[in-house]
Design a protein around this ligand. Structure first.
Ligand code: PEP
Ligand code: MN
Length: 337
């Protein structure tokens, strides 16, 4: 159990909570971060009840302990969480296909891509207005104008869209347009951003950090969940490895691991894993065979002209072929298609 103290809790109030937990037989840890103290105790069975703790002086709230230690864990909730993005489910036993350009580059490019992926069978559009680029001198995204294009594409195709947010100050604005918000790999450990998206109502895609263990990634989801937003979808996108043949090494084992350890849906992004389009179909099929709830794929009508990640984008025709193959694999492993 975690007892979150009020920001102005006194040392005596903290000490009283600690003493009481210890008196009940718990091992106690006290952490003060950003001016706020959290008292954690390894409590079991009889101590799970929050009632005796929440009215103690200085206590703001009580997060009950969970078997396996986390609220996103299977021990806390056995049934699978189904996340609705607009009217599209992720995690209900179907295969959800998310596709679109890495970045919104122009209205024309986005509308063309959106129409093509919709016709090929995609359910959700992807496209970013804020890009986390390695170099500050490369295209950073169109910002709000990009979100306006995405809203227009939603209007025209009926597909909800997901877009990345990079800055806690933009969360409210991005959430006012997007049907789903993405935390990118570079921000998986940005706790201020995780908390901020946890406090708004739109569903969240949480990408695995570039060198994050599965445990660290699940802890990042816990930051979002603890703020009240339980609509989280995990996205495996490969981890940094030693072989330059690929941009990142797709970790297929993350699919069954996330399924075992959490009740959250898991989606795989083979495009940002491979970094090259020739490998995307094989990785996508492997992910579906391993049990992924969805796939997120980069598609661009003119990949050689793309401002971002052209080398990994599928042309619309190749994407349409892939959707057919993914549906066959999904059927073979017992998914509803
Ligand atoms: C993306 O999906 O566009 C992206 C930037 O991916 P990642 O955060 O996985 O690098
Ligand atoms: Mn990209």
């Amino acid at each position: 159990m975690m007892i979150v103290m009020q920001p102005d809790a006194t040392a005596d109030e903290v000490a009283a909570v600690v003493a009481r937990l210890r008196g009940a037989g718990a091992d106690v840890t006290v952490v003060t971060e950003g001016g706020r103290t959290v008292v954690s105790g390894t409590t079991e069975g009889r101590l799970q009840d929050e009632a005796p703790w929440k009215d103690l002086p200085g206590v703001e709230r009580v997060v009950p302990s969970v078997r396996g230690g986390r609220r996103v864990g299977r021990g806390y909730r056995h049934e699978d969480t189904v996340v609705m993005v607009g009217d599209v489910p992720i995690g209900d036993g179907s295969l959800t296909i998310i596709a679109g350009p890495c970045a919104v580059e122009s209205r024309e490019q986005l509308l063309r891509t959106a129409g093509a992926v919709k016709a090929a069978g995609a359910h959700i559009l992807r496209g970013d207005a804020f890009k986390p680029r390695t170099s500050p001198y490369t295209f950073q995204g169109l910002g709000k104008a990009g979100l306006e294009c995405l809203a227009e594409a939603r209007e025209l195709t009926g597909m909800p869209f997901v877009a990345e947010v990079l800055d806690p100050r933009d969360v409210e604005m991005v959430a006012s347009y997007a049907d789903m918000i993405r935390i990118g790999a570079r921000n998986m450990s940005n706790h201020a951003l995780l908390r901020e998206v946890g406090r708004q109502p739109k569903p969240v895609q949480l990408k695995r950090g570039r060198a994050a263990t599965v445990e660290e990634w699940v802890d990042a989801a816990e930051y979002i969940y603890n703020e009240g937003n339980t609509r989280i979808v995990m996205v495996e996108r490969g981890v940094r490895a030693f072989d330059p043949s690929v941009r990142n090494m797709l970790d297929i084992s993350a699919v069954p691991l996330i399924e075992q350890r959490t009740h959250l849906p898991i989606v795989v992004d083979p495009s940002h894993a491979a970094g090259r389009r020739d490998l995307v179909p094989a990785l996508a099929k492997a992910a579906v065979a391993a049990g992924a709830d969805g796939i997120m794929v980069d598609v661009h009508p003119e990949p050689h002209e793309a401002l971002v990640d052209g080398s990994q984008a599928l042309r619309p025709e190749a994407f349409a072929d892939l959707v057919g193959e993914l549906q066959a694999v999904a059927r073979a492993v017992g998914r509803r298609v």
